[in-house]
Design a binder for this molecule. Structure first.
Ligand code: SAJ
Length: 434
């Protein structure tokens, strides 16, 4: 009954930040018959949205955008009469890997100062424990007349978007919510229960909700680091690590397969652990294990290039200076166009620092590639490095393997099964070739 009672009071929603998280959320809220406005600080993005051009690589969002009635604007004052405002802006790290909370801080203030009394402000951006209680709520109360828990409801519901996933999407992924008052928790719970066809779990505090997202993504980062370390070890032991992982995965409980590769990219996995590492450090604890996992994963591009250099020496072909190296893939994960924190970027940087002449091609970023087709990219390549396991590259595996390149460094072990009939050249994988 509570949900029905609450939901008849909630109608107008504002989503602030219209990227991979905010745009699908806004479109879902509209589909669930909420009255939605979409706010973004970027004029360019708002212009794109007004022209019904999707700023994100998300097929479902592109289709829904064509017929949406959502009002898109850069004007934060439009939140003045909404019932719920949801902040979905990026929380990246600086070059030195320290958390960059400036965007979520400014979006929160720009929103809070126009909210009506008793509105609900929800933060969906990924943040570490303590950010709500120690940063966002204090700045709201300093810079507005609102008192969180008294005349402003405040909750945190960390986003769980998996770009490119056809099965799990914003409308059916379970969520957790935390708040700093029972009423805010009930409101947020009721809202997400109405929005999402999945479990909405109430956490005991804002800090618990903040910690859930960091923990789930650090869990993934650590597991990837584990298999990356195994890959480096097994390469020396003549053991195929992917076969071993698939063997371990036959255990029907207590094992979750992850796979080695040229690195860990994206806006979540390589970023979120640093938020907890930094917060814990500032509170007297050193996350040595999480930090080591980050170090292992960050080093995978260099590891893969070292394998190439060792092979060049073995073939008495000298070093990378002046070598024509083609990097296939700019995106951080297969079959999506997203370069955020992509290992390909680091791979290209290292190759250039070593004097290689680098050609790039990614079918999702032709405008950012130096070659305009796979054939052009492979032409005159002496070494090929596959950084992203796009389907286009797997389908063209034979061409890649039988191109003129003397060495194929398969950073995603994506062509391993096709490499068996490789002739008079070297296929290097990550933990699959002795
Ligand atoms: N990667 C590996 N080995 C693996 C899995 C991934 O090297 O076994 C690499 C990928 O190549 C990529 C990076 O890690 O460069 C991240 O891959 P990802 O599949 O985790 O993709 P993301 O960044 O889109 O992660 C999202 C996350 N969702 C949210 O943060 C809300 C993450 O929590 C999900 O676990 C992940 O999707 C998922 O499960 O696919």
């Amino acid at each position: 009954m509570l949900i029905i009672y609450i939901m008849d009071k909630i109608n107008k929603i504002a989503v602030i930040g219209l990227g991979y998280v905010g745009l699908p959320l806004a479109l879902l809220a509209e589909e669930k018959k909420f009255d939605v406005i979409g706010i973004d600080a970027s004029e360019g993005r708002i212009d794109q949205l007004k022209k019904r051009i999707s700023p994100i690589d998300d097929k479902d969002a592109s289709v829904r955008l064509k017929k949406t009635k959502i009002k898109f604007s850069t004007d934060f004052t439009l939140v003045r009469d909404v019932d719920i405002a949801i902040i979905c802006v990026p929380t990246p790290v600086h070059e030195d890997k320290k958390p960059d909370l400036s965007i979520v801080e400014s979006a929160t203030i720009s929103t809070a100062k126009h909210l009506r009394e008793n509105a609900l402000l929800i933060i969906e951006s990924t943040i570490n424990p303590g950010v709500c209680d120690e940063l966002l709520i204090p700045i709201i109360e300093e810079q507005t007349k609102l008192k969180v828990g008294k005349n402003l409801h405040f909750a945190h519901c960390p986003e769980r978007i998996n770009p490119g996933d056809q099965k799990w999407h914003v409308g059916n992924i379970n969520r957790v919510v935390g708040a700093n008052s029972e009423e805010a928790l009930d409101l947020a719970y009721a809202f997400y229960s109405q929005l999402i066809d999945g479990e909405i779990k109430k956490m005991a505090s804002l800090k618990e909700a903040e910690a859930v997202k960091i923990v789930e993504n650090s869990f993934r980062d650590i597991n990837i680091a584990f298999v990356n370390e195994l890959a480096m070890s097994f390469s020396k032991l003549g053991i195929n690590v992917v076969n071993v992982i698939n063997g371990a995965a036959t255990k029907p409980f207590a094992f979750m397969p992850h796979f080695p590769g040229i690195g860990v990219g994206g806006h979540c996995i390589p970023v979120d652990p640093y938020y907890l590492i930094e917060y814990a450090h500032n509170n007297g604890f050193e996350h040595r294990f999480m930090s080591l996992a980050r170090e292992i994963n960050e080093n995978m591009p260099a590891y893969c290039i070292e394998l190439v250099e060792t092979e060049l020496e073995k073939q008495k072909l000298g070093d990378l200076k002046g070598k024509k190296v083609t990097v296939l893939g700019l995106s951080y994960k297969p079959n999506v166009g997203d370069m955020r924190e992509s290992p390909a970027t680091k791979t290209i940087k290292i190759l250039k620092e070593k004097g290689a002449e680098v050609t790039t091609f990614d079918p999702y970023f032709v405008d950012k590639s130096t070659a305009k087709s796979l054939d052009e990219a492979l032409r005159s390549a002496e070494v090929v490095v596959l950084a992203t396991a796009h389907k286009e590259f797997i389908d063209a595996g034979e061409n890649i393997i039988n191109s003129g390149a003397k060495i194929v460094m398969d950073g995603r072990n994506a062509l391993y099964s096709q490499a068996k009939n490789i002739n008079n050249k070297v296929y290097l994988g990550v933990g699959v070739t002795s």
